[in-house]
Ligand binder design. Sequence first.
Ligand SMILES: O=C(O)CC1=CCC(=O)O1
Length: 256
Amino acid sequence: MRVNHVVEGPQDGDVVVLSGSIGSNLSMWQPQVPALTQAGYRVVRYDQRGHGRTPVPDHPCSLADLGGDVVELLDGLGVERAAFVGLSLGGMTGMWLAVNHPDRIDRLVLCCTSARLGSPQMWQERAEQARAQGMSAIADGSIQRWFTAQWLADNPQLAREYHHMTAATPAEGYAACCAAIGSMDLLDDLPKITAPTLVIAGADDPATPPEGHGRPIAEAIPGARFEVVAHAAHLGNVEQPQRFSSLILDHLRAGR
Ligand SMILES: O=C(O)CC1=CCC(=O)O1
């Protein structure tokens, strides 16, 4: 899989991979790029399979496919080990990598994510909705989960841009990643994770509420720290960029 990606920051910096949610592309991490690159990190952002400019697969995906893309990306960049920051589907990808390729993952930040989310049938229905109603209808729902009502009211132009980001995602790419989420069950594997882990949840996240999703992940990963960020829904890194960047940087720096 030819994974579309962008690399920024000093060439000799420690590598941090940023991985995004379903319905997004690599631009969702733009709010964190200045803080991370100015702190000396080499930042690798990429588009999930079937999202942004990464090709649409011709079959439903699994987390093994999505994690395998990251291993291939790291191999192609000549990177042995990296820190990994993932939000939602990106966090699921990060957990899979930390369980199955512990030698490649230095440190882990899991944002607004879940180890078990909804039922296979729910994600099958979401995939069918994408195909039948189109991605604009999916985007209408996404931005309601991604942002608080207050943020949407205060940021109408940005809200349109994030709506457009999902609306421009290929329906078959979105559907392929729905299958990865529907077939995911990572909870029992989490105690195997050895990478130092920070779990961040948005206090107002309706998709992965902190108590039902972030906290059980943090409780299952040995030594993990759990932070809940106020006034943040699912794309908390966009709604509270400074708070997310500073939590991420603190966790990365603790490994230096
Ligand atoms: O449904 C949403 O848009 C929220 C979400 C669940 C998994 C993911 O990546 O985003």
